[in-house]
Structure formats: structure tokens, C-alpha cells
Design a protein around this ligand. Structure first.
Ligand code: FAD
Length: 459
């Protein structure tokens, strides 16, 4: 009879002695704080958490996890914790202590360490009249957002944030510290831009900033009984919008929380948000049709770049959320009817946000130097959010999101976008077959033991 050798375990005191940053296991003082993700509906319980103080700590943690037979997951903030699933048997690396942002206004390049948030980059770049391709939320992590793609208010003009990246510093699963850019580690550089956390732990990212001379942007709100006419008018606006206009339409049922400003608090709205890279006369001409619908609140006008940081009104700090999404190839009037019949006024929908983002423009154009997620091949993205008050509410949210996806299935593509996913995404659903093939070969070479655990499941 052969006796199985004892399973290796992670020796936390050894790891603690080797690392400058914090190492916390269950029962340790900082374990609960460090394991708690931004998405408070996820109760993740990793085998241990390391908060690295630098690349050397990351390297030591990776090697220790491998020796102990653990997987490694990385989080900046935990905004996408719902994509990771069970973390038992996993060493979690929280990069929150790796803060720091540098702006080079002459080269128009920003460098963000792995713990940086968009609220650290946007004002620093805006001071020089420059803008990153940030998303809608100030406290989303720059690295997690960018590695997954990244669509923000400048997306139709400038494309996915991952394709503005010029260099990435990381520690690969073998513990080596590397720098990937257009001249070095070129396959890795390609794979990381869209491939998210599959290829190692990123410690810093560098990316191009865009000059913004004029910005006409903001939001309009109407009572949600006007949803049908507002959605239809927005749809008409998107039908022949210039690339400089990125917009979204949302059905909002805002909770009565004190952080929701008056007069929006506790009421249901139909809302359009937009950013136009152009002057006021051209911008106001574009929104004339929407204005004719006499919004209750109209805060669209010339705006400084920093204004985009909190335009979406996303909650800051830990918040429970169940999300879902679909990518739509087309949005005919019947699709809006279908959406409203499932999630519009009078349907009893528990979803606090049902959002349609207009894609296309630069998001659909492949450039020579793009990464693994070269384009987002869809005309619109549907993104839904529910805030679960308990298990019953969570079930109702999931059911309604699924019903909405089913109602929009005739207009949807099979493709998935990791950043908007409500759970793990099969890699083959996010990339073209040729790109997935290239990614899986790189994955096998870079991480043969499957050490890295992220939101993508290998196809
Ligand atoms: C309120 C809100 C608003 C959002 N708005 C937008 C938006 O406008 N546009 C958009 O495209 N997305 C948006 N998202 C989605 C968001 O971009 C993703 O959830 C993204 O993954 C968050 O990155 P993070 O680092 O904050 O989250 P985390 O959960 O910490 O990280 C997400 C994943 O990124 C990878 N990762 C993070 N850090 C590292 C690292 N250092 N090295 C290697 N891998 C790493 C890991 O695989 C990790 O699982 C939003 C999400 C929320 C909750």
C-alpha cells in the first residue's frame, strides 16, 4: 500500500519573515480587513492574504504559494470579486499598499502602481489638460480595469484602455520580475492587454494620456415614466453619433441612501449620460432632441476633465452588488420594447441600474499594435446591477437579470466582456478563436501549473 505524502502547507511565519509587507492568515488581526473586497456581496476566505510592499514581496509570495500547492489571485480593490469564486486553497495578493502615480506631461504618459485608483490619476493628468481612458468609477483600480479592457467616457474616440498601455511591469508565475512593452517580452505584452490576471502579478502600468481641449458632458434625468420616449430618442442619437460622442442610457431606481444626492434620492429615473469631445454649440446641437423632452434635471454643458470622474455617481467604498451583462449587435426599437417589458416602469424590477452603453467607433477598430482584446465587437453593452438586501433579494435580482438577457438574446452576441461580468468568463467567449488559441499557448508556457487564478476560465 502506498501512503500519500502529507499535503504541503503554507508556512506563514516563513513568508512573514521573507516579506516587508503584511502577511495575514485566518485569525490574524488584519486578515478580515485585507480579505474584504469592494463588492461586499462576496465573502471571500482565502488561505492567507499578502499585502506586498514591492515586487520582491510579490515574487516571494508566488514562490511560497507554489511550494504549498496554493493558487494565487490578485486584487487591487475587489470590484470584480464576483468573478473569482471560491478562494479556499488560494493565496490572495492585495496590491492596495502599492500606491503612487506619476504623470509625464511632455511624453503624455502616466505610470500607475498596482494599488492606484482612477481618482489618483484623473486629477493629476487633468492638471496638464490630459485625460486617461478611465471608467465611470473613481475607486476602481487602474490595473484591474485596464487589464480587462476598460471602456469609459472617451471610448468611442480612443478605444479600450488596454490598448493605450505602453508598458507593464510584473512578476511572472516563476517569480521573475519583468517589464513588457513593444520591444521586450512582446508576447506577454500582447497577452496582458485584455488577458487580465492570467500571466502574473502586475506591479505597475504605463499608458498614454489624451489631450482634451474641449469637453461638453453631463447627465439628464427624467421621471422613469418617460423611459420609452427617452430611450428611443437616445437610440436615434446613437444611430449616427460622431466618434467624439460616447453616451449611455440608464433606468435607475435609486435607493433612499443619504449618499444619493437630492432630488434623485429614493426615486426612479430614466437617465442619459454623455461626453462629447467638442465645443458647446456642436454639443448642444447633438443633445437638442433629448432636451426637447424637457428633463427634470439637466447638467449637460462644458465640463472640466475631472468632472467625468464622478458623473456616473457610482458608490464609493464597499457596496454589495450583483451584476450581469450582454453585448448587443443591434438595438432596434423592438429591443427597447423588450427591455422595458422586463425591467421598465410597472414591472416590479428589483434592478437599481439597467444601463445601455453605446459602443462602436474606435472600440470596433483594430490597430496594428493592439493587445489580446483588440476590439469590443458589439454596438451596445447592456449592464445591470442589483443590490441584494438578503438571499431572497439576491435570487430575485439574478432571475430578473437572466430574464432581461433572454429578452435581449435575439439582438445579443455570444461574446462576453470580462469587466462587466457577474461571474467567471470562459476565455473562448471573450476572444476570437485565433486570439484564444494564441493566449492558451502563452498560458501553457507562462503558467504551466495553473498557479494564477483570475476571472477568466481557460477555454
Ligand atoms: C462601480 C463599478 C463601476 C465600473 N465601471 C466600469 C467602467 O466604466 N468601464 C469598465 O470597463 N469597467 C467598469 N467596471 C468594471 C471594472 O473595470 C472591473 O471590475 C475591474 O476588474 C476592476 O478592477 P479592480 O482592480 O478595481 O478590481 P479587482 O477585483 O481588484 O481586480 C479585478 C481583476 O483584475 C486582475 N487584477 C487586478 N489587479 C491585478 C494585478 N496587480 N495584477 C494582475 N491582475 C490584476 C485580477 O484578475 C482581478 O481578479 C466597473 C465596476 C464597478 C463595480
Amino acid at each position: 500500500m502506498t501512503v500519500a505524502p502529507p499535503a504541503p502547507t503554507l508556512d506563514l511565519s516563513d513568508l512573514r519573515a521573507a516579506c516587508t509587507g503584511t502577511v495575514a492568515g485566518p485569525g490574524d488581526p488584519r486578515y478580515d480587513e485585507l480579505r474584504a473586497p469592494w463588492n461586499a456581496s462576496v465573502d471571500q476566505r482565502p488561505a492567507a492574504v499578502v499585502e506586498p510592499a514591492g515586487a520582491q514581496d510579490v515574487s516571494r509570495a508566488l514562490l511560497a504559494a507554489r511550494a504549498a500547492g496554493l493558487r494565487v489571485a490578485v486584487q487591487g480593490t475587489g470590484h470584480a470579486a464576483q468573478c473569482l469564486g471560491d478562494l479556499s486553497g488560494t493565496l490572495l495578493l492585495r496590491t492596495s499598499a502599492l500606491t503612487g502615480v506619476e504623470i509625464d506631461p511632455v511624453a503624455r504618459i502616466a505610470r500607475a502602481n498596482a494599488g492606484a485608483l482612477w481618482q489618483d490619476v484623473v486629477p493629476a493628468a487633468a492638471a496638464h489638460g490630459l485625460a486617461p481612458l478611465a471608467g465611470s468609477s473613481p475607486d476602481v483600480g487602474v490595473v484591474g480595469y485596464t487589464l480587462g479592457g476598460g471602456i469609459g467616457y472617451l471610448a468611442r474616440r480612443h478605444g479600450l484602455a488596454c490598448n493605450h498601455v505602453t508598458a507593464i511591469e510584473l512578476v511572472t508565475p516563476d517569480g521573475a520580475v519583468r517589464r513588457a512593452d513593444a520591444e521586450h517580452e512582446t508576447e506577454l505584452f500582447w497577452a496582458l492587454r485584455g488577458g487580465s490576471g492570467q500571466f502574473g502579478v502586475v506591479t505597475a502600468v504605463e499608458f498614454r494620456l489624451e489631450p482634451v481641449a474641449e469637453l461638453y458632458a453631463g447627465a439628464m434625468f427624467w421621471p422613469w415614466e418617460q423611459s420609452a420616449e427617452v430611450l428611443e430618442t437616445w437610440r436615434a442619437l446613437t444611430a449616427d453619433a460622431p466618434d467624439g460622442l460616447t453616451s449611455m442610457a440608464r433606468l435607475l431606481q435609486l435607493p433612499p441612501f443619504p449618499e444619493v444626492p437630492e432630488p434623485l434620492r429614493g426615486r426612479a429615473w430614466v437617465n442619459v449620460q454623455l461626453a462629447f469631445l467638442g465645443d458647446e454649440p456642436a454639443g448642444s446641437q447633438l443633445v437638442a432632441g433629448l432636451r426637447a423632452l424637457r428633463p427634470t434635471l439637466d447638467v449637460v454643458g462644458p465640463m472640466p476633465i475631472e468632472g467625468l470622474l464622478r458623473l456616473h455617481g457610482d458608490p464609493e467604498g464597499p457596496t454589495p452588488g450583483l451584476t450581469d451583462h450582454a453585448l448587443l449587435d443591434v438595438l432596434p426599437g423592438e429591443a427597447l420594447d423588450a427591455l422595458l417589458s422586463v425591467a421598465g416602469p410597472g414591472t416590479g424590477s428589483p434592478l437599481v441600474n439597467v444601463e445601455l452603453r453605446h459602443l462602436g467607433g474606435a472600440l470596433g477598430r483594430r490597430t496594428e499594435d493592439a493587445g489580446a482584446l483588440a476590439t469590443l465587437d458589439a454596438a451596445y453593452a447592456l449592464h445591470t446591477v442589483g443590490i441584494p438586501a438578503g438571499p431572497e433579494a439576491a435570487g430575485a435580482i439574478m432571475e430578473r437579470s437572466a430574464a432581461l438577457r433572454a429578452a435581449l438574446a435575439p439582438y445579443s452576441s455570444e461574446r462576453r466582456y470580462l469587466n462587466f461580468a457577474g461571474g467567471p468568463v470562459a476565455s473562448r467567449d471573450a476572444f476570437s478563436p485565433a486570439d484564444e488559441d494564441r493566449l492558451s499557448r502563452l498560458r501553457a508556457a507562462a503558467d504551466p501549473d495553473g498557479l494564477m487564478h483570475c476571472g477568466y476560465r481557460a477555454a
